[in-house]
Design a binder for this molecule. Structure first.
Ligand SMILES: [Zn+2]
Length: 200
């Protein structure tokens, strides 16, 4: 009886287990974030066939690196890992809000209505430029426990998910900026090169 209760309790613990990571900056974050010009950012990431502890460990390391860089989203290709996983936390100042982990995310549908929003990227620090995207999306994905999920997202969440999914396909937000003169100026000012922007 005690044994089976312990097993049940363990099972309950496993079911609710998720990702718990300190949001405090880490002086030596576990993963290096690659920058515009690194070809690794241009690769297509592969689907994750099994969500296991190694994937949860990767998500934790990605979150620690993201929090340390004061970002709200990070995709695995940004840390040189070609897997379809991204992490998002729109409430990084609040230590109790859990982050999102999206595994094999797919946009099922996008709204016809569009938004213009100034985006930034941990792979292109200090560059902020307007990008036009659908205002809301419907998404399917697996969470950090491998459970299939669906989400309707709008506002900053929709924006962030679309930006991060682009990373999984080797696309960077600067590729989508329509004001090319401003893009070139901003990139040059921050020590980047507009030749590293790809037309899509
Ligand atoms: Zn980015």
């Amino acid at each position: 009886m005690a044994g089976s209760f312990a097993q049940l309790a363990k099972k309950a613990e496993q079911t609710k287990a998720s990702i718990s990571v300190s949001k405090e900056p880490d002086q030596s974050p576990p993963l290096e974030i690659y920058k515009l010009g690194d070809e690794v950012l241009r690769n297509q990431a592969g689907r994750i066939s099994k969500v296991d502890v190694s994937i949860r460990d990767l998500a934790k390391d990605m979150l620690t690196s993201m929090y340390s860089a004061k970002g709200i989203g990070l995709a695995a290709p940004q840390v040189g890992i070609q897997k379809r996983i991204l992490v998002i936390d729109l409430d990084i100042e609040n230590p109790t809000t859990p982050p999102y982990v999206f595994i094999n995310p797919e946009i099922i549908s996008s709204s016809a209505s569009i938004d213009t929003y100034e985006e930034g990227c941990l792979s292109i620090p200090a560059v902020y430029l307007d990008v036009i995207r659908p205002a809301s999306i419907k998404l399917s994905y697996r969470d950090e426990m491998g459970r299939p999920k669906k989400m309707n997202a709008d506002g900053l969440m929709a924006r962030c998910i679309q930006h991060e999914i682009d990373h999984l396909n080797g696309v960077l937000f600067v590729d989508r900026v329509s004001d090319k003169d401003k893009l070139k100026n901003e990139l040059n000012e921050q020590g980047f090169h507009d030749k590293d922007v790809k037309s899509i």
